[in-house]
Design a protein around this ligand. Structure first.
Ligand code: UDP
Ligand code: MG
Length: 320
């Protein structure tokens, strides 16, 4: 086994060949002044480019470079989970591979940890080089999530954060399939604080979070931290019955006390479209939850490791 280290930095990567060497260099520079032992736990989330090859080369020269190589793409949150499972440091830092989160902030995070905090998360006070659409949807999402959950999830934070060993262990013991790590850290509690930073542009390459993945992450977040969507059906049903009852009184009044015969086709169509629409979307909401229940019940492992680098257990231990 490797000697225990003070700091583990977890870096998930998906097709990051353009940035990963620069990331390694900037991290190494930023961690030097701390003067403590550390390891860089790269997690290759099924990249189809040269990402793994580059990290392997770095690892031959520098034994602090370690890598978990997934058998395929499992997604960002799962990659971070694997990194945390394998990290051995007293403190664990999660950081993106694309240098959008400045590694130079890590010493400041450690300073806050030394003051006695168990979680120090980065709070974005500005985001450079991201589309208005992304900023707007992100802002709306964090506020929606906040209004729906009882867990106090801070707004405008990503996964860039420092955690004490005990928080990391707590999270590693939570094996749920749909993972929203920011939320899980909030749920875990402990003493938390934030440091502010400006989120930079991606150093190179393009986002690995297309709209589809972003949508999935937000659905995971909402379903794992709130059952409010399920309650919408009840509220909506009650509201609709009230409206229906008023309309019923009106129709009865017309039938008994007036001579006007209502043709009624338009109102029937409107009612039927409206109700079918609502019913189907509520079925969709149910489906989101049931799908996740199904995923949980299969009890599959969260990820499969194809290979490991520099973890000192016999497999691919070059540079260890
Ligand atoms: N990532 C990953 N697996 C994926 C998608 C992304 O490991 O399926 C990694 C990616 O390499 C990066 C981090 O997650 O280190 C954040 O992704 P990205 O920068 O593309 O997201 P954005 O900053 O645009 O939201
Ligand atoms: Mg990014």
């Amino acid at each position: 086994m490797n000697a225990p280290v003070f700091l583990s930095v977890v870096i998930p990567m998906y097709n990051e060949e353009e940035v990963i060497e620069a990331t390694y260099r900037r991290l190494t520079e930023a961690l030097k002044p701390i003067g403590e032992t550390y390891e860089l736990v790269f997690v290759n989330d099924g990249s189809r480019d040269a990402t793994a090859k580059i990290v392997r080369r770095l690892g031959e020269a520098d034994g602090r470079v370690r890598m978990i190589d997934f058998s395929r793409n499992f997604g960002h949150q799962i990659a971070v989970t694997a990194g945390m499972d394998y990290a051995s440091g007293r403190v664990v830092v999660l950081i993106d591979a694309d240098l959008q989160d400045p590694p130079e902030l890590i010493p400041e995070m450690i300073a806050r940890w030394r003051e006695g905090y168990d979680v120090v998360y980065g709070k974005r006070i500005a985001r450079r080089g991201e589309s208005y659409f992304k900023k707007l949807t992100a802002a709306a999402f964090y506020r929606l999530l906040r209004s729906m959950t009882s867990v106090n999830i801070p707004v405008d934070t990503g996964d860039f954060r420092l955690m004490d060993r005990k928080v990391c262990d707590a999270l590693s013991s939570m094996r749920e399939q749909s993972r929203f790590i920011r939320g899980m850290v909030s749920w875990a509690g402990f003493r938390q604080t934030s440091v502010e930073y400006v989120r930079d542009e991606r150093f190179a390459g393009e986002t690995k979070y297309p709209l589809r993945k972003m949508f999935r992450l937000s659905m995971d977040a909402i379903t794992s931290f709130s059952t409010k969507p399920l309650k919408i059906a009840g509220v909506l049903g009650f509201f609709m019955s009230a409206v229906g009852f008023i309309y019923l009184l009106f129709v009865l009044y017309q039938r008994i006390f007036t001579d006007s015969t209502t043709p009624g086709w338009a109102s029937m169509v409107v009612i039927s479209l409206l109700f079918h629409g609502i019913t189907l979307s509520l079925l969709g909401v149910l489906g989101e939850y049931i799908g996740r229940i199904y995923e949980e019940t299969r009890r599959r492992p969260l990820y499969l490791v194809a290979d490991k680098l520099n973890f000192g257990d016999g497999e691919a231990t070059a540079g260890a």
